[in-house]
Design a protein around this ligand. Sequence first.
Ligand code: FAD
Ligand code: SF4
Length: 510
Amino acid sequence: NKTLRLILGDQLNRQHSWYARVDDDTTYVMMEVRSETDYATHHIQKVAGFFAAMRAFADELSMLKHNVVYIKLTHEGNKQSFKENISDLIAKKNFTHFEYQLPDEYRMDMLLQDVTSNLSIPFKLYDTEHFFSTRDELGKFFEGKKLYLMENFYRYMRKKHNILMDGDKPVTGQWNYDGENRKKLPAGHKPVAPILLQNNVQDIVDEIGTTNIKTIGTVKVNAFAWPIDRQQSLSLLSFFLKECLPLFGTYQDAMTTGEWSLYHSRISFSLNSKMISPAEVIEAAIQEWSERPTEIQYNQLEGFVRQIIGWREYMRGIYWLKMPEFATLNFFEHTTSLPDWYWTGQTKMNCLKQSIQQSLTHAYAHHIQRLMVTGNFALLAGVHPDEVDVWYLGIYIDALDWVEVTNTRGMSQYADGGIIGTKPYVSSAAYIDKMSNYCSTCYYDKSKKTGNRACPFNSLYWNFYNRHEEKLAKNPRVQIMYTIWNKMKPGQKAELLQQADYYLQNINAL
Ligand code: FAD
Ligand code: SF4
């Protein structure tokens, strides 16, 4: 028997049972193909990061004496497609079996089903051994239910995996600490500086250049800051636990000029590529908290655990329950094009400028920048969710379809009509000003709704509620907005709508 095992670029799990034993009859194949670099216009750091991490993983496996075939982007025999490369290898090297791990992306799942349905040799599918839940676990959990509440799934995961539990009850008696979290950074507070790795990705960036792959953003080739292997991922995690966890929950939703990561972990790339597992991250966080109970309050830990076994697993479950339809949903029937400045950061709106420019520089923005700045504006402006998805899928180093489309189309754009969120995440300048210092140096006036230099969020906010009254007025969670709107004088309403129209017509000049 000669077995060919495929490892995808987001399956860099060294702990997987596949690698427990070295077997001369098994060959692992990894490949860099144009189908992956070209399905969206990716950030240069995303392409470089995945390829660097794949190459490092292949080297590690080779050092452990596994047989590895690594097909580089510029490799002469590279057919630039999974299907053709796999068929080619099987034919040339006489493999008798083909094996692969469950892909996380629907697109890859279909592709590999197509590959295997045309194979002349037997194949076998393995779990990735990465997630807490299986693909269909959330679907089963919510079977027969109308609402897919994340909180319910989170509690189920806590109980099932006995995480921070005291029997059937949460260890402190309370499940949710959101009320204690989410504060603005105090004036003069200097957040901890992020550790930045110094990887060299010159070769890969050169290859991306010579093969004319279209990318966005910038990269420091001699100081690539993201982890590219398990060791580096673990050191990023331990930096987070030591320096950031004590204030993680408190400033989870804060935003501030010039600081791009605050107390966030930045482990999403390491997790999504599977260099580290959610189980070990949770275990390490709980361990840290138990060793430093006075420095790390429980609400900080719970906030972090919730993101990983709550939101992350929940998004994956919704994805497999609702794909492929999910990626086509457009509840509000939005049609506007994404403003050009999403690709450059050249806008006078400071919140958007800061969030977009740091995304182009670091391939990263934290959750509230994604949700309440870039996502909020796109939703208020009525941008087509396809265009919003393409942007998010390209720009972030952690962007893989299963977690990008659920967050973007679902949570942020409400294009799913309320599968994930119970109401659209929109706000006027008031929220952005409450959570950041962006407004204080902005060209626009956060307190003005209409007239010269009025903050665009303010009129677009009411325009949004007005144009979607039919779809939203019955939602109890936004009833209050319609009560306020309906109490406004007709003249005031007209002025707001006129201001919003003006901004929408001149959207690229904002
Ligand atoms: P932290 O704030 O330190 O959180 C810790 C971990 O929790 C993250 O690494 C992540 O694995 C997990 N997590 C937190 N929130 C979520 C969430 N809503 N969904 C899933 N996991 C979560 N995350 C991605 O991994 N890939 C994406 O493509 C992606 N696209 C997004 C698009 C939009 C519009 C929004 C609003 C959110 C998106 N997120 C995405 C979720 C979240 O913003 C990122 O996971 C997070 O910002 C990554 O940074 P971090 O590792 O510093 O996270
Ligand atoms: Fe953003 Fe408006 Fe504040 Fe400017 S004033 S930073 S556009 S919310």
